[in-house]
Design a binder for this molecule. Structure first.
Ligand code: ADP
Ligand code: ZN
Length: 600
């Protein structure tokens, strides 16, 4: 039997454990339980795969996500690990064969959906064989307050009673304290060792921009990503999903719509193409994502404002699970701010519930408007501290300019007051800019002292001021007509006792286009042909075997090949991510490509 370190090197092809993988694995090797909280892409899988291989017996992995099971098992099989999965999609004769392997001790890892594991037949089967461990993936599904609650996860506490000698490990990427406590309690893991990692995702670049011309902004963003990158674009409505996908296709991208209103077969087909092909963009409502474990999603875009920072962090977190550089873009505008604020006010919930929702929305809006590091603010929200600005978000990379907006704010607030605190943003701006349209005349607002006092700023600039005044709590949105009302905060500003600094609108026209981070960013231009050749080689092998490209090799491994440019099998084995069995399977094919290019 090999040691964990030997398995890491020989089978997975990695030289070192990441923090805290080694400590987690030691805990299980000693027969103890562990609860692991690690962000997406942190490397949770090895925490149970390696001890399952290093201990005798079969490791049982419980996962609610069928697509993910299949991917993991395929990747393990490519590394010559005896792995299988059982769920409702597996035909009967195959199921029998797998059960047979289990009984004969020729299986290292068995993946099961919770409902399958809990069947009396399965439990009695497991009682008859030697087990190395139980791994409970996506453990936050036991949390009744979470969004992924699954009732049958609650019954997993029976494992503790029925298999007291088999160590258990529960894993999740859900951050908060309350969920962690609930997992420990419901799965009887109070005495387990807890491993809590930082939730920072340093490889993800955050970019948040006010909506100006969303399509142009989106195109500009896509131009900055590496050609052929896979990505997800989120929109709130089904109609917008379809329009956006169609428009992107006209622009020459492979963009597929995904929302709950499409036939199941179409959804499955679009999901399959996203996983199997390279460079597919999915345009989706938030229905898309849970259970999609594609490691090489290079970008995530939000064309509408997410409801909370939790949602934003989870959705952007689907980028870059492979820890390679990835980028995100959120566009938000005055309409979003007004619409969401009104939705909260109009919701059915109790006053306390509304207060809670208002708080979450304000935190999200605050994140959009801050002029300091986004990552510091995000982590702070999750009760973590980042000592230095990150250097990998838009506010760090291009610090936003601010201006003294006190006078403009006073004009706007006065105009809201004079018009009676019941009109929406557009009308107030019309009055400020001196419009004499029908509505302005009908209410006699062309007679007001504030009529036309704001001709010095363009409508778009007034909208930016308005948005920031709402976000900062000077104005609140009321009623079904989205009327605006002054709050107590306005007093000192109107009396000129304080001043107000606001974010400047980004300059119009072609912004300085920085090529955003992408997986091949730090490769020199001369290396691009080799990188592309390795990618085609991977694609051909993946198609031949009917697996997604990343099951053959991850991007990081291909990049390692470009950098080291190995010419022999032993040099290739030294590249991170190349293990003995992938070397045997794919080594010669990749070496042939590598040898075609002169070593620099
Ligand atoms: P998670 O389940 O936490 O989202 P994964 O287990 O899928 O993360 O791992 C994310 C990526 O990191 C995978 O590409 C995996 O191969 C890689 N990885 C994990 N552990 C290591 C390690 N010790 N060294 C190098 N790469 C690693
Ligand atoms: Zn930053």
């Amino acid at each position: 039997m090999q040691s964990p370190q030997q398995i890491l090197e020989h089978i997975f092809g990695y030289p070192h454990f990441r923090d805290p993988q080694a400590a987690v694995i030691d805990t299980l090797m000693a027969g103890n339980d562990a609860l692991v909280l690690m962000p997406t892409g942190g490397g949770k899988s090895l925490c149970y795969q390696i001890p399952a291989l290093a201990r005798s017996g079969c490791g049982v992995v419980v996962s609610p996500l069928i697509a993910l099971m299949q991917d993991q098992v395929e990747a393990l099989q490519e590394a010559s690990i005896r792995a299988a999965f059982l769920n409702s999609s597996v035909p009967y004769d195959e199921t029998l064969a797998i059960e047979d392997q289990l009984l004969h001790g020729t299986l290292d890892l068995l993946y099961l959906a919770p409902e399958r594991l809990l069947q009396p037949h399965t439990l009695s089967l497991l009682q008859r064989v030697e087990l190395s461990l139980f791994a409970i993936d996506e453990a936050h599904c036991v949390s009744q307050w979470g969004h992924d609650f699954r009732a049958n996860y609650l019954q997993l506490n029976c494992l503790h009673e029925q298999f007291p000698c088999v160590p258990r490990i529960a894993l999740t990427a859900t951050a908060d304290q309350r969920t962690r406590a609930e997992i420990a309690r419901r799965l009887n893991l109070e005495t387990a060792r807890h491993f809590v990692s930082s939730f920072d995702r340093p490889n993800i670049r955050y970019r948040i921009e006010p909506k100006d011309n969303p399509r142009r902004q989106l195109l500009q963003f896509l131009c900055g990503t590496q050609k052929g990158s896979a990505g997800i674009i989120y929109c709130l409505s089904r109609a917008k999903v379809e329009n956006t996908a169609e428009w992107l296709s006209q622009q020459g991208y492979t963009a597929l719509p995904y929302h709950a209103g499409l036939p199941a077969a179409t959804r499955a087909e679009h999901q399959r193409r996203f996983l199997r092909e390279e460079g597919v963009i999915i345009v989706a409502t938030i229905a898309f994502g849970m259970g999609i474990d594609k490691p090489d999603v290079r970008f995530v875009v939000h064309l509408d404002l997410p409801k909370s920072i939790e949602a934003y962090y989870q959705e952007t977190g689907r980028a870059g699970r492979d820890s390679e550089p990835s980028v995100t873009l959120l566009l938000y505008g005055l309409e979003d701010v007004v619409k969401l604020a009104q939705m909260v006010e109009a919701s059915e919930g109790s006053e306390e519930h509304k207060r809670h929702e208002r708080g979450r929305l304000n935190a999200m809006l605050g994140l959009c408007e801050i002029t300091s590091c986004r990552r510091q603010a995000l982590l702070h929200y999750f009760a973590e501290t980042l000592d230095h600005p990150c250097g990998n978000c838009d506010t760090c990379l291009e610090p936003p300019a601010t201006w003294d907006a006190s006078e403009a704010a006073i004009k706007l607030l006065s105009c809201v007051y004079r018009t009676g605190q019941r009109f929406g943003a557009s009308h107030v701006i019309d009055v400020l800019r001196g419009s004499r349209n029908e509505k302005v005349r009908k209410f006699g607002h062309d007679q007001l002292s504030t009529h036309g006092i704001g001709k010095d700023l363009a409508t778009s600039e007034w909208r930016a001021v308005m948005r920031q005044l709402i976000v900062r709590g000077y104005l609140e949105v009321t009623g079904e007509f989205q009327g605006l009302r002054l709050t107590e905060l306005c007093r000192p500003l109107l009396r000129r006792e304080t001043s107000l600094q606001l974010r400047k609108l980004p300059a119009k026209g072609p912004r300085f286009v920085s090529r955003d981070a992408s997986a091949s960013e730090d490769l020199a231009c001369e290396d691009q042909p080799l990188w592309q050749a390795l990618r085609s080689c991977r694609k051909a092998l993946a198609e031949e075997r009917g697996v997604p490209p990343y099951v053959v090799f991850h991007d990081a491994t291909l990049r390692g090949m470009v950098k080291a440019h190995p010419q022999t099998r032993s040099e290739l084995l030294a590249v991170s991510g190349v293990g003995a069995s992938r070397l045997a399977r794919f080594g010669d094919t990749f070496l042939a490509v590598l040898r075609d290019f002169p070593k620099r």
